[in-house]
Design a protein around this ligand. Sequence first.
Ligand code: ZN
Length: 445
Amino acid sequence: MVISVAAALKIISPVDGRPHVPEVLPPSVPAPEFHVYYPEVSPEPPVAVAVPAPAVPIEVPAEDLSPPGPEWTSVEIGRGENLSLIFERLGLAPATLDQILSSGEEASRLQRVYPGQNLLFQIVNGRLEAIRYEPSLTELLEIVRVDDGYKSSFATRELDSRTRRAEAEITSSLFVAGQEAGLSDNLIMQLAAIFGWDIDFALDIREGDRFRVLYEERFKDGAKVNEGPILAAEFRNQGRTLRAVRYSAPDGSVGYYSDTGAAMRKEFLRTPLKFTRVSSNFNLSRKHPVLNRIRAHRGVDYAAPAGTAVKATGNGIVAFIGTKGGYGKTVALRHGGIYGTLYAHLSKFAAGLDRGDRVTQGTVIGYVGSTGLATGPHLHYEFQVNGVHRDPLTVPLPRADGIPAGELPRFQSETAPLLAELDESIPGAHRVLAMGGESGTPTER
Ligand SMILES: [Zn+2]
């Protein structure tokens, strides 16, 4: 994924279009969608507690198959090539291939080679002495000549894993600072996702904000092959310090927590108000009650007396507040970079509420009304995940359980070393530094 956070975190202003009721547009013209802002961070499974932190494969040059000597020949499998063709290319007899394939069960793996993979051949005086093949980063198949033919063996091994720390001060954007600290796009995205519930990376970042990150890198034969999840991170934003640490619970779930065990993710209320009934469900082929036309209803309508308080369903930032065509008076919130909620047909807004304001779950943001195209007082409520409208009544909402009290000792003993490593001073602060977690020797990059 080559998305710059700088670009991804750009605010998408709500377009000046009609929402779900395009009363002035001809039927053939699709109504512009109402966009709640979303940084394009990797989608998260909505019910999992974990912020995803996939290992990112990094291209490994063919040389990394570690040619052990000059007599080894590296052969890249071409499109449409098979072992017979390769043996022919190398001037090896078909009978040799038969011997190889009958050298043991493991040798059958040679029949499942893919274009782009490499095989190493050791050929001495025209005779095949050995083959090395790595089906994956952690597997090695070796075939060596013995007195009466060939013998195959298969081994797996672990990649070398090291922790690395990076630290940076933000002078222009998170993305630029992250890059200068040597972080990949993926790691910057992870960082933004971990703190995205507490920090709005488009609006909250100030010059002088700082972050430090501890993450895992994996190596094979000294070459970096992928990077793992962020293990711990700290973000200093406008004078407040937020810390997060990765923790695997006994049930196998993995998530990011504050150092006191609170979930970094926040949860949602299912409904934003006390309502009398659901007057219209999420329905992508609904006939609109006013327009009498098929028009997708991308939210749910809650009938309630005019003036009923409407509450933010989750901690978030006001992305839009104002009047929006058929939506009438509308508030749109964004939450943690992934989720967006929208509240329409309001009679009025909460006093003093402005775009960019931070609201906590349960904050009153406005009051039920019937502004815009509405047949009577109701709240039209939308819920979006990564920009896609989902049924607010059924969408799986993110869980955000903190560490249970009984598990806190385990949590603390597992995460304390990570936080301590994060806190080790990095010589030459806010320079770009790398530190091998095992060697403990800082090296400037
Ligand atoms: Zn509606």
